[in-house]
Design a protein around this ligand. Sequence first.
Ligand SMILES: NC(=O)c1ccc[n+]([C@@H]2O[C@H](COP(=O)([O-])OP(=O)(O)OC[C@H]3O[C@@H](n4cnc5c(N)ncnc54)[C@H](OP(=O)(O)O)[C@@H]3O)[C@@H](O)[C@H]2O)c1
Length: 248
Amino acid sequence: MSRLSWHRLLSISSCAVRSCRMQSVRGVQTPPKLQGKVALVTASTNGIGLAIARRLAQDGARVLLSSRRQQNVDHAVQKLKGEGLDVDGTVCHVGKSEDRERLVNTILDINVKAAFLLVKLVVPKMQERGGGSIVIVSSLAGFTPFPALGPYSVSKTALLGLTKALAPELTQLNIRVNCLAPGLIRTKFSSALWKNESVLEQLTTSLGISRIGEPEDCAGAVSFLCSPDAAYITGETVVVSGGGHSRL
Ligand SMILES: NC(=O)c1ccc[n+]([C@@H]2O[C@H](COP(=O)([O-])OP(=O)(O)OC[C@H]3O[C@@H](n4cnc5c(N)ncnc54)[C@H](OP(=O)(O)O)[C@@H]3O)[C@@H](O)[C@H]2O)c1
């Protein structure tokens, strides 16, 4: 598939049809909780995004995967299709320009501006479908800045604020906006931390649950926030950090 813009990506997702799988709850056959939903998961060919995409598909959604590289998209789509899941994929770089001069600009563009612009694009499509659910991925660093990661931490704090600002604006459109704040999760992104045994030990001993998180630890929380079980929840941030200190 060729490289596509967000607009193209959205038009594909809104046209998507999905297959129907039944699931059993206490012996009673019920439709999967995300049946009839289309899930657009950005940055989802690896790590937390991939685990979220897999879980949403397992819960019945038709999922569109995306990330910057065609090769990674193809690989992830093939992998999830091989698991019998209803997914498709396209290339989509969430940032705006390739040539930012300053690191802080790049971080804010990718982490904050891109999230806002993507919400703006997706809202009319959700409106056409009668509503929807948006989950923004922030970080524990948004509550407690990580040492030497100032701009990253500030960008993640901005996403907590973005969630709070968007939620009341979109309730009248039947769109809920919530946020996920992962702590240390075992992915490529965080490998500099967990591959260093002494750093890992130091970090995990300070947690209530003394292990590093796995991407799947985030996926169930996102599926819940997208589901009817969370119909009365908006503007909230779910912290998935094994007890890592969160609130401001
Ligand atoms: N891992 C942690 O400990 C942790 C903790 C707190 C928060 N987070 C947050 O969780 C999110 C996911 O991180 P992760 O740990 O899952 O990272 P990861 O394992 O490195 O995966 C990142 C994914 O995003 C894609 N991607 C990267 N930049 C992109 C861009 N500009 N546009 C579109 N796709 C892009 C990558 O694929 P391509 O290379 O093909 O684009 C890949 O699929 C990030 O927002 C991160 O800040 C992570």
